[in-house]
Design a protein around this ligand. Structure first.
Ligand SMILES: NC(=O)c1ccc[n+]([C@@H]2O[C@H](COP(=O)([O-])OP(=O)(O)OC[C@H]3O[C@@H](n4cnc5c(N)ncnc54)[C@H](O)[C@@H]3O)[C@@H](O)[C@H]2O)c1
Length: 259
């Protein structure tokens, strides 16, 4: 378990869910992990559990990234994982016709601006070595339209595209700084809780949500983390500007079991 030995890795939104699994897997592979989140108590608890270092960071706040750059001017890996759906405080309209501009901007501020700021910081913090890996957690929703979560889908599509701009920018500059995007489908994390609830229909809701997924189940945060380990490691040194789907096959087509 030394695939990330000696690497200094920063993970955003790492207090729980997919980010926590990535931080945990990175640590298990020998990395020194900076566990960042807007939820500092959660980040501190996870860091204590895995032997990482907590850092309070709101990805949408440029001043927080400047503080991180001062504390960690050189890093090897950044995972831009922090993200929101816009449903955190309950059901609000997120469709193209009735979503408010404020709600649209709030989602983009975290998912897209946060990723932009993260990439900008990471390139600077990887320049001295001239090498590194940036992993942007986009989504299956960045590849298809989602009428009920339009801002989320738009922000994740922009993350997918910005990943390629960053990859090309670094390659053109002669830097071995790789930037790739990961596109999970439905992964069972606390992000889903406001949509699943804890009522008697929870299981039925879950079943409905994955009815179109060929593997017919939610994925796990660990299944996403395993791919991130590979992308962060020196096994993936010829991968840049790439996108990997981890979605139980949903983007492969619509009918896993025709008839
Ligand atoms: N769970 C899924 O099904 C799924 C599918 C596709 C993509 N994703 C993406 O994976 C990433 C992680 O999702 P998750 O399911 O683990 O979500 P989650 O809600 O369980 O965890 C998100 C974490 O991000 C943190 N966070 C929120 N806003 C932040 C901010 N401004 N700055 C820093 N941290 C912030 C939260 O405190 C939380 O710890 C997100 O980008 C999400 O869009 C998730």
């Amino acid at each position: 378990m030394t695939r990330l030995n000696q690497k200094l890795c920063v993970v955003t939104g790492a207090a729980r869910g997919i980010g926590a699994a990535i931080a945990t897997h990175f640590r298990a592979e020998g990395a020194h992990v900076i566990v960042t989140d807007i939820d500092h108590a959660g980040a501190t608890a996870l860091a204590a559990r895995i032997g990482g270092e907590p850092f309070a960071l709101d990805v949408a706040n440029e001043a927080d990234w400047q503080r991180l750059a001062e504390a960690h001017p050189q890093i090897d890996v950044l995972v831009n994982n922090a993200g929101i759906t816009g449903f955190e405080d309950g059901p609000v309209p997120q469709d193209p016709e009735t979503a408010t501009l404020d709600d649209w901007r709030r989602v983009h501020a975290v998912n897209l601006d946060g990723t932009f700021l993260g990439c900008r910081y990471a390139i600077g913090a990887m320049r001295a070595k001239g090498a590194g890996a940036i992993i942007n957690i986009s989504s299956r929703s960045g590849m298809v339209g989602i009428p009920g979560a339009a801002a989320y889908a738009s922000s994740k599509a922009a993350v997918r595209n910005h990943t390629k701009s960053v990859a090309l920018h670094c390659a053109q500059a002669g830097l071995a700084i790789r930037c790739n995007s990961v596109h999970p489908g439905a992964i069972l994390t606390p992000m889903w809780e406001p949509m699943l609830g804890d009522g008697p229909d929870r299981q039925a809701r879950m079943d409905r949500l994955v009815a179109d997924t060929p593997l017919r189940r939610f994925g796990t945060p660990e299944e996403v983390a395993a791919v991130c380990v590979m992308l962060a490691s020196d096994e993936a040194t010829y991968m840049t500007g790439s996108e990997i789907t981890i979605d139980g096959g949903i983007l492969a087509g619509s009918a896993a079991t025709p008839g």
